[in-house]
Ligand binder design. Structure first.
Ligand code: SF4
Ligand code: SF4
Length: 272
């Protein structure tokens, strides 16, 4: 009998559109044309593929590469995710706290509020709108965690700069250091995510690959929708990535600790 295959966190990137233009956006949203939003049908296919391969997910996100509150079908996407409620412990949504909460979204969050956490970044950009969003979420009992990203004392002391997508020519030992010191590895044990059915360890490698900014590092991801490989093989591929000492993509990344600019923090959400 195989061991349980658990992903700590899995993000479905339902949109790569955003209304903000943050200079250090780690998703490189302002610098790139968005992909079409994930449809309900696509989400259902991806979730089916995920849970055919993975036993459990601790935290399921519908967020990722853009602002999820912009997705017109977000309430239906949330309901569809909860078809798999028995397979995850917690459901999360990120938001940049600038898009008003629609009645339909509020209703969907309310239907699933026992497991739901809204992770709200407060950039101080539209303070009145942001205050109204938090008021509505709180009034409806939606569990909301606000991270302050403006002025003094920003959460995590601000953002990091992962740098350009270019090879640093690191040695294997240096790659292992970058990878093991990166918060994705050290703190999260993988920030798993997918937009198109390919499953990636971190946002940096996933976005770099889909935008053509990285060479096609086939060993850094698993294609969950590949009909030519078995579920067991996909499980092995995921376990192999979990056991990696680094990704190929780590040579094209500054990392966020101990390398490049030595984890210097920058003010968050400076608009281009
Ligand atoms: S809010 Fe800023 S960091 Fe977040 S996706 Fe939009 S542009 Fe990127
Ligand atoms: S590419 Fe490597 S160093 Fe960069 S964020 Fe991903 S895991 Fe971390």
């Amino acid at each position: 009998m195989n061991d349980i295959l658990l992903l700590g966190k899995l993000t479905l990137i339902i949109t790569t559109r955003c209304n903000l233009k943050c200079a250090l956006c780690c998703e490189y949203v302002p610098q790139n044309k968005p992909f079409p939003d994930m449809t309900l049908d696509e989400e259902q296919k991806i979730l089916e593929a995920v849970f055919n391969v993975v036993d459990r997910v601790h935290t399921l996100h519908l967020s990722g590469g853009g602002e999820p509150f912009l997705h017109k079908d977000l309430p239906a996407l949330i309901d569809a995710a909860f078809e798999y409620e028995s397979r995850f412990e917690r459901f999360m949504l990120f938001t940049n706290s600038t898009i008003p909460v629609s009645d339909d979204l509020l209703a969907a969050l309310g239907r699933h509020k026992d497991k739901t956490l809204v992770h709200a970044s407060d950039y101080g950009i539209h303070p009145e709108r942001t205050a109204e969003i938090y008021k509505i979420l709180n009034a409806n009992g939606i569990n909301t965690r606000v991270l302050k990203y403006y002025g003094e004392a920003q959460d995590f002391d601000g953002w990091v700069d992962f740098g350009d997508y270019k090879s640093r020519g690191r040695t294997k030992a240096e790659l292992n250091t970058v990878f093991s010191n990166c918060a994705v590895t050290r703190d999260m044990h993988g920030n798993w995510r997918t937009r198109d059915g390919t499953l990636h360890w971190c946002s940096r490698s996933q976005r770099g690959l889909e935008l053509g900014l990285l060479p096609m590092f086939n060993d850094d991801f698993v294609d969950l929708l590949d009909k030519n490989t078995t579920c067991e093989h996909k499980r092995e591929q995921i376990r192999r990535i979990m056991g990696n000492q680094h990704l190929q993509a780590c040579d094209w990344c500054s990392g966020d600790q101990g390398t490049g600019d030595h984890s210097k923090r920058y003010p968050a959400a400076v608009q281009l």
